[in-house]
Write a protein that binds this ligand. Structure first.
Ligand code: SF4
Length: 491
């Protein structure tokens, strides 16, 4: 039973969209319904509806578990053939600070992870144009031989798209970096599957959802220069599902896109997940996580801010809604320019309330995805905790290392103790999970990581490892990247 809405307008909206049945799992929102919710629903009602769905799937009350994973985000290279305008991480081969980790560096990092009880590595790089197939096979085999119990969650779709372009593989043609799309589709798909099987045999366990951003072409062609198209991204994931791997869906929002673009993005993933379920694929999307764009050090971040006090609608909304209504072909650049001349030329960043609104809608919209992750890495610990009341059931990972969003200005870093504390503080029992969201440890006893902390002041600052950052922080840069101030209440 839904709690009453905050206003009669909200109650009418809930009735019109049949939200009681949606929350009960007996109906689903259409993209148009989701857009109405986005524009018309009060934030806290969205939170209540999303929470009710989360409770139905993951349980409610103090014994209900909300989860986290202990993994390490390892970026094995920052060399990338793409030039995404929102990215401050990539380098070109030959740049002074371009790197490819050695086997020893990689293994040292995983050894540190295992020491703190970690179970998974998130292994991602740029789209390196010149690392051969043997490099990846040896990397995976080396990790599995040395750390057989560690789950390898690796290589997001853009990396696979580049593998298909540049790998030398018997029986398949290759092409130039960033030219994967020039291979005939059937050949492309067959080579993709062959590569994926090869990497799975070498030790790859599952795929992260990096590189999703926003799928619609009128946004993607402005922000993802040289990177996987939406269809390629979705095809990589579908191939992984056919081969039995679990993957994540992602979305990076709060830049040039309109709200309808977010909904159309989520709908692309929901539709493919429907197909995975209908076809009985052994794999699927197990989770979805969205986060706001971080602007520092990025070309996209230099675009002017849209004036929120303006009486004009946000140009990204104008274009997105015209596309959603079928009035504009999103692949027709000229038509998009006529429909909304300023679309793509101004940004509308997302703050906490926009983040919570978007996350709650994702929980309500995705009736076929098990887990919604809260993005404390970009939003901070307390908004991450609040996210547990806006549809999220998972707090993601402790963060020993992060190089991609931190390059664009994000600097949060949490220990296992703090993650458990935040989950318990929100009224749930913290549980460590694995990649399939099965519980590895339920922290309901006195020896829970957070309950063993006697002095919370020791948790207030953690060093976040960032690849290729100097150990010494330059004067004036304190707090930017190397040392992270973390406030957990006043404790
Ligand atoms: S976001 Fe990924 S694909 Fe795009 S430039 Fe950065 S590292 Fe490369």
């Amino acid at each position: 039973m839904l709690r009453p809405s905050t206003s009669s307008d909200s109650k009418r909206l809930a009735d019109e969209l049949n939200l009681e049945a949606v929350v009960a799992g007996d109906a689903r929102l259409s993209p148009e319904d989701a857009l109405r919710l986005y524009h018309e629903a009060p934030l806290h009602d969205l939170g209540r509806w999303a929470s009710a769905i989360c409770d139905r799937i993951h349980g409610s009350g103090p014994d209900a578990k909300r989860t986290y994973v202990i993994d390490r985000n390892i970026n094995y290279t920052n060399v990338c053939s793409a030039s995404c305008t929102f990215c401050a991480f990539f380098r070109k081969e030959g740049d002074d600070d371009a790197y490819v980790l050695t086997k020893e560096q990689l293994h040292d990092k995983v050894r540190e992870l295992v020491k703190i009880g970690g179970t998974q590595v998130l292994l991602q790089g740029g789209m390196h144009p010149n690392l051969g197939v043997d490099f990846y096979v040896e990397l995976l085999q080396g990790l599995k031989n040395e750390f057989p119990g560690v789950h390898i969650h690796g290589f997001s779709p853009p990396e696979f798209v580049e593998f298909v372009a540049v790998y030398d593989l018997d029986g398949f043609p290759k092409t130039d970096p960033k030219k994967s799309h020039e291979l005939p589709r059937e050949v492309w798909l067959a080579k993709l599957e062959a590569i994926m099987r090869l990497l799975m045999d070498a030790g790859l366990d599952s795929l992260p959802g990096g590189g999703g951003e926003i799928f619609v072409p009128h946004v993607r062609r402005k922000i993802g220069l040289g990177k996987a198209s939406a269809e390629q991204w979705l095809d990589v994931m579908e191939t992984a599902h056919k081969l039995g791997m679990y993957t994540s869906g992602t979305m990076m929002f709060g830049h040039i896109e309109g709200a309808a673009d977010r909904i159309m993005h989520m709908n692309s993933i929901r539709t493919r997940q429907d197909r995975a379920i209908e076809q009985g694929y052994p794999g699927k999307y197990i989770s979805f996580i969205s986060w706001p764009f971080q602007r520092e050090n990025t070309p996209l971040g230099h675009l002017p801010d849209f004036d929120l006090a303006s009486e004009e609608p946000f140009p990204g909304d104008v274009l997105a809604e015209a596309v959603m209504r079928g009035e504009v072909d999103p692949s027709d650049k000229a038509a998009c320019g006529v429909a909304a001349p300023r679309a793509g030329k101004v940004v509308r960043l997302a703050g906490a309330s926009e983040y919570l609104r978007t996350q709650a809608i994702s929980r309500i919209f995705f009736d076929n995805i098990h887990s919604i992750g809260s993005s404390w890495v970009t939003m901070g610990p307390r908004i991450g905790e609040l996210g547990l009341y806006y549809g999220a059931n998972d707090m993601g990972s402790v963060m020993m290392e992060e190089n991609v969003v931190s390059a664009a200005g994000t600097t949060y870093c949490l220990s296992e103790e703090v993650l458990c504390h935040l989950i318990r503080d929100a009224g749930f029992t913290p549980a460590q999970r694995d990649n399939r969201y099965d519980f590895l440890a339920v922290h309901d006893g006195p020896d829970a990581p957070d309950r063993k902390v006697e002095d919370w002041s020791t948790q207030r600052a953690k060093a976040l490892h960032i690849e290729n950052q100097p150990a010494e922080v330059a004067p004036g840069d304190e707090g930017k990247n190397a040392t992270i101030p973390l406030t957990v209440d006043g404790k």
